[in-house]
Design a protein around this ligand. Structure first.
Ligand code: CTP
Length: 370
């Protein structure tokens, strides 16, 4: 018996999917179809799959072409499946051409020409539209964001803003984006959302001006420098029914989300103490971004990370908070330890620039189970 396998999200099941399954089935006697889980899709950058896994499984089943349906949830599973099911041929659409050649070692790899002019992405865009994004700032982080955005569906970066037009132009030319000089409000006109990656002290103002005109904001950390500013911005966002998010990517990293799920699930016992540290060796240079005496310093720079596991696991209703810091000659903190006392737990968040916590790790829990 000749066995064929193929994989996909099969979101909003369409003609292209049907054609591929039909041709795949015609290659042998049994067709196995692997459908990706939501988590695996997010991991692959498909952030906006519409149909649930159950629905996608049903749609593949209803095509009447699959003899067996399995779920794909991790990298490397294709090799495991080929071996487990004794697969002879693995089939992909032509968008995969070359990318699955490594599987030739395990079975025959066949690429079929994709059906033209139809894809889940097109259907999703027709239904949901595409988020048109503008970037504020043109530095190293904006550069990295541009690169990452190419792996994320449903989003298109279309313009860039920097009050220094030459910088916006250089960035825009490099990434084929529209540049708007000078006027921030004009830059906001043709976009749905803004990613802010400008210097810390400008975050509040850009965020506020963006939310006020009803556009969503993803702002680099620290989003603001005071609690008052944060409260005001979240109120405006809520009044205007737009999303306001701080770009703390660790909060969404699958590893971190798993860690939280395990800790919250009680599987490792009751958590009495959390220690989290984020330190890095940035050479001291007075008044650079990191060492700015007003808006720099280790805690402003890095605390979003070390506070994350503490706030996520113990909440923000702490009873006491104490800080201890060491300072650079210009007065900015190079090392800070924040000690929290909760009703039934304690926690420490450490941050350092130019000071390194040996064997630092993002989160170490001291767990005692009775
Ligand atoms: N496929 C195809 N022709 C199309 C669309 C998809 O042959 N017009 C193939 C893909 O190459 C893949 C399989 O169908 O081998 C499952 O594809 P999937 O990624 O689920 O579908 P897409 O429509 O390509 O989804 P997306 O737009 O989200 O990438």
């Amino acid at each position: 018996m000749k066995k064929i396998i193929t994989y996909g999200s099969f979101d909003l099941f369409h003609e292209g999917h049907y054609n591929l399954l039909k041709r795949a089935k015609a290659l042998g006697d049994k067709l196995i179809v692997g459908v990706t889980t939501e988590q695996f899709d997010i991991y692959r950058g498909k952030m906006n799959v519409v149909d649930s896994l159950m629905r996608r499984l049903d749609n593949v089943r209803n095509s009447g072409l699959a003899d067996e349906i399995i779920v794909e949830d991790h990298d490397g599973q294709k090799i495991e499946d080929i071996q487990k099911h004794g697969i002879d041929i693995i089939v992909f659409g032509s968008d995969w051409t070359g990318k699955a050649d490594y599987l030739n070692e395990y079975c025959q790899v066949v690429y079929f020409e994709r059906t033209r002019d139809v894809s889940s992405t097109i259907l999703r865009h027709e239904r949901l539209g595409i988020v048109r994004l503008g970037i504020v700032g043109t530095g190293r982080i904006a550069e990295r964001f541009m690169h990452e955005s190419t792996f994320v569906s449903g989003v298109e970066v279309i313009s860039v803003y920097n009050p220094r037009f030459e910088s916006a132009k250089a960035f825009g030319d490099l990434h084929l984006l529209k540049q708007d000089s000078g006027e921030y409000e004009k830059f906001l006109e043709n976009i749905d959302a803004v990613y802010i990656a400008s210097p810390h002290e400008t975050h509040y103002d850009y965020t506020r001006r963006t939310l006020i005109v009803g556009k969503h904001v993803l702002c680099e950390k620290p989003m603001v420098l005071t609690e008052l500013e944060a409260r005001e911005l979240y109120t405006i966002a809520s009044d205007n029914k737009v999303v306001l998010m701080e770009a703390v990517k660790t909060a969404y990293a699958p590893g971190f989300v798993n860690l939280l799920a395990i800790a919250r699930g009680g599987r490792i016992g009751t958590i009495y103490d959390i220690e989290a540290a984020f330190t890095k060796l940035t050479p001291y240079k007075a008044n650079t971004r990191e060492y700015d005496p007003v808006v720099g310093g280790s805690f402003t720079e890095l605390a979003s990370y070390s506070l994350l596991p503490i706030v996520k696991l113990l909440g923000h209703e702490y009873k006491e908070l104490e800080f201890e810091s060491f300072y650079a000659p210009n007065g900015c903190d190079i090392y800070t330890r924040a000690h929290f006392r909760y009703d039934n737990a304690i926690a420490t968040a450490k941050t350092g620039i130019g000071v390194k916590v040996k064997e630092a790790c993002l989160s170490q829990e001291l767990v005692v189970t009775f």
